[in-house]
Design a protein around this ligand. Structure first.
Ligand code: SAM
Length: 345
């Protein structure tokens, strides 16, 4: 297993299979690489099936035990089932998708070995969904979530980026996951650094406080310093209050689980980061919020991949937000004091 200078073992990889996407979400950082707008046909620079599998085999040699496929939209890859089927058995396989291609394909993905899925769903309101994703595929996403559940991917985690345009929809989404068995909600703090729209920020602490008020149980997970809020649907809460139900308040009985992923200026989050990223064109990336450490895996021979993997892990940095700071012109730049101040973290 590879361990970085700050004691973090690398146990997971997040592999972008393409930076093409059939959505154009207004907030999208595209795994830290910027805009996804562009041609939808397969691009020459994308890693091919064998490249992805070879990388995963090397990662498995280093005891990496989980892979998340992402993009762009990973389901635009027609070889996704093959990639999953050829992923080393020692790895847990998950995927983040916008859900539109899950109908008709979810079962094949599960048969190939997909174990977990996150579906991005930023609002339950058709118009707001269209405004945020710049797509009219609302129904396809809902059908995609159902298809995933039917294929046995339970729970399905809904990813919702919380920013100015979506914050008002949080209560509705929380009620939605509480009412529907098999769904969980992951509220993702909007990361402004790579989109250049800091004015869309909202205070994530207010969302934490609101959830804490709604929850009948709050669990604190050490991993990423994350909290989990267990919230009863309106009906279940009323029934429990009035003593009219015998069912305990737990998942499946009108109860939903909500987590907040809040990495922005959160040193604990980064101190618990055990993941290395791979770009669609075969570069290793030590941190979502950094692009100066991209490491090509060359012609993707196993010795080249091994060497690049060791190097990128050795160059990993620990603190989101402090690594990149705004200069006097308001532009983001590397914080020179960073390396010194965190050398002993
Ligand atoms: N197309 C897939 C999807 O829609 O989930 C996978 C790619 S998308 C880049 C992966 C995740 O990054 C999504 O859950 C998305 O919500 C999140 N994301 C993208 N830009 C973000 C930003 N600026 N702040 C926070 N989360 C962001």
């Amino acid at each position: 297993m590879l361990t970085d200078e700050f004691g973090r073992e690398v146990t997971g990889v997040r592999v972008s299979l393409t930076d093409r996407c059939n959505f154009d979400c207004v907030y999208c950082h595209n795994e830290g690489l910027g805009d996804t707008r562009g041609p939808m046909d397969p691009q020459d620079d994308e890693m091919d099936t064998d490249d992805v599998v070879r990388f995963l085999e090397v990662a498995a040699e280093f005891d990496v035990d989980s892979v998340k496929f992402t993009g762009g939209e990973p389901m635009l890859r027609q070889d996704l089932e093959e990639i999953i089927a050829r992923t080393p058995d020692s790895m847990e396989v998950s995927m983040t998708t916008n859900g539109t291609f899950l109908p008709g394909r979810a079962e094949a993905l599960v048969d190939a070995g997909l174990q977990r899925v996150n579906v991005s769903q930023d609002a339950l309101d058709r118009e707001q969904f269209a405004a945020v994703t710049q797509s009219g595929a609302y129904d396809a996403v809902l059908e995609g979530v159902d298809a995933a559940l039917e294929a046995g991917l339970d729970p399905v985690k809904l990813n919702m980026v919380v920013f100015k345009q979506t914050a008002g929809y949080v209560p509705q989404m929380v009620e939605h996951v509480a009412e529907n068995d098999g769904l969980q909600l992951q509220l993702i703090e909007y990361m402004p650094e790579l989109t250049g729209k800091p004015e869309w920020n909202i205070e994530i602490e207010r969302v934490h406080n609101w959830l804490a008020e709604q929850a009948f149980e709050v669990e604190h997970r050490e991993m990423h310093d994350r909290k989990r809020y267990w919230i009863a649907s309106d009906d279940a809460a009323v029934a429990a209050d009035g003593g009219t139900v015998e069912k305990p308040l737990e998942a499946g009985n009108g109860v939903g689980m909500v987590e907040i992923v809040d990495p922005v200026e959160n040193p604990t989050f980064c101190a618990n980061c055990h993941r290395v990223r791979v770009t669609h064109d075969g570069y290793l990336k030590g941190c979502l919020n950094r692009n100066d450490d991209l490491k090509p895996m060359g012609e993707m021979s196993k010795p080249q991949i091994r060497e690049a993997f060791r190097e990128v892990v050795a160059n990993r940095v620990p603190y989101y937000g402090e690594y990149m700071i705004r200069n006097s012109d308001g532009e983001w730049e590397i914080n020179d004091k960073y390396i010194d101040s965190y050398a002993n973290v």
